[in-house]
Design a binder for this molecule. Structure first.
Ligand code: C2E
Ligand code: MG
Ligand code: MG
Length: 417
């Protein structure tokens, strides 16, 4: 059963196509059908990990399909949709759960791409949690707990999202040059939960501006403090002065397009005495290349205030070199799914090499993320990466653990050959 496989049953071809497009963009392999017969044969042959079922189709009885799924003890998770009557989805969801089906969530009419994307991300994250033990254990205890909108509004408004900081290693000098701020939500009794479970929910409910501002203020305050702390063994910069650490934030497209955000970030920097040049903003490519000019304009607004820009998840999007060349990026971060096993796969090696070629030609600094072994670290250094991040160097650290981690890092670096 593949984590990213989705089977859709809906008798409206337009809805099928729309849902299919959204899911494919989110990296899913999708099959869709409008017939119960072909649905059940694909269920067996394709063996999807996720099924999307319209319970109120005009030509077919969706509830019958659902009951048959329950009889078959289907292991796939279920998203229930409804194109006819509002409110019916909730009842159908209850019936499905009572029949032993594993319901992931529901999509009510009118469909929103953001809601479907959220459910797809949630599915991948829950799937990985049950299968992948090498992932950082930061998801909630209790298998199917998911935050509600009320939960997320409360934590965002009460500024309860905290940050962990993952060090970034400079290949040439072996110094730690900065950190990436990663959002965390500590749910009492459940532990830290991963941003993939709450960031999309906050985003789609217009909480992104409050969340982004809070996160950026918290991170910059922490950086100002760190840069004032004397850390034993830290190496001076090229100018002989203590070297100032940099900090990177992940900025969603919504926040990127918010016209007030660059000025607000700048005010936070001024208030806390941190030059914008020490702040990197990591952004991902827009969903559609049609938005390219808007994307470039937004990047320019931040660049104009002196912030450094990094293209996150490089290699997963569709931006061509001619488009990349027009942007204000200084850095690309090669996605960890390519780095992870690139020593074992010729295909991954080819992808990584071509990412490196493009970045070198455009004189962009290259950061490889997801370094988990010495072997991959050495390989990425030998390919000319500027910086490295990954569990091999350090997992993301709590704010109050960073100074002692740096002291230890420099102490062990001084004894390395
Ligand atoms: P990202 O920016 O690509 O961050 C890298 C993710 O990879 C982080 O997951 C990090 O903990 C994980 N990671 C780093 N090194 C390794 C490694 O060696 N092995 C493995 N298996 N994983 C590694 P995390 O913290 O769960 O964050 C996931 C994504 O959530 C981030 O991906 C970023 O896109 C988003 N995110 C995190 N914080 C924020 C935030 O404050 N705002 C927004 N909008 N998005 C955020
Ligand atoms: Mg990032
Ligand atoms: Mg990334």
């Amino acid at each position: 059963m593949k984590r990213n496989s989705l089977l859709i049953i809906d008798d409206d071809p337009l809805i099928c196509k729309t849902l299919e497009n959204i899911a494919e963009k989110a990296g899913f392999e999708v099959m869709s059908t409008d017939s119960a017969f072909s649905f059940f044969s694909q269920l067996e042959l394709f063996n999807p990990s996720l099924v999307l079922l319209n319970v109120e189709m005009t030509e077919l009885n969706g509830m019958d399909v659902m009951m048959r799924l329950a009889e078959l003890h289907t292991q796939a998770k279920l998203i229930i949709t409804n194109t006819q009557q509002r409110g019916h989805t909730e009842r159908a969801t209850q019936i499905a759960a009572d029949s032993g089906l594993r319901v992931l969530g529901a999509l009510e009419k009118p469909f929103s791409a953001a809601n479907l994307k959220y459910l797809l991300t949630l599915h991948l994250s829950q799937f990985d949690k049950t299968r992948n033990t090498s992932q950082e254990q930061i998801e909630p205890n209790g298998s199917d707990w998911t935050p509600t909108l009320e939960d997320i509004i409360r934590v965002v408004e009460n500024d309860e999202i905290t940050l962990n900081f993952q060090p970034k290693l400079h290949c040439a000098s072996g110094n730690i040059i900065g950190f990436e701020a990663l959002a965390r939500w500590n749910v009492p009794g459940r532990g830290h939960i991963t941003p993939s479970l709450f960031v999309p929910l906050a985003e789609q409910n217009h909480l992104y501006s409050v969340m982004t501002r809070n996160v950026v203020r918290q991170g910059i305050k922490w950086l100002a403090q760190l840069n004032k702390t004397e850390i034993a063994g830290a190496k001076p910069g090229a100018d002989g002065q203590p070297h100032a650490y940099t900090l990177a934030f992940n900025i969603s497209t919504n926040a990127l397009y918010d016209l007030d955000m660059p000025q607000q970030f700048c005010e936070i920097c001024n208030d806390l005495g941190v030059p914008p040049a020490l702040i990197t903003l990591e952004v991902s490519e827009p969903d559609s290349i049609r938005d390219l000019q808007e994307f470039i304009n937004a990047l320019e607004r931040f660049h104009g205030f002196g912030f450094r820009l990094s293209l996150d998840d490089f290699g997963t999007g569709h931006m061509a070199v001619r488009e990349l060349v027009r942007t204000a990026f200084k850095e690309v971060k090669i996605d960890r799914k390519f780095i992870d096993k690139c020593d074992e796969s010729a295909e991954l090696t080819a992808i990584v090499n071509s990412c490196i070629d493009i970045a070198n030609n455009l004189k962009l600094e290259i950061v490889a993320e997801g370094i988990e072994t010495q072997k991959i670290q050495d390989l990425m250094k030998s390919k000319g990466c500027y910086g490295l991040q990954g569990y091999f160097i350090s997992k993301p650290l709590a704010a109050n653990k960073v100074a002692s981690w740096l002291t230890q890092y420099y102490a062990s670096a001084s004894t390395r050959p």
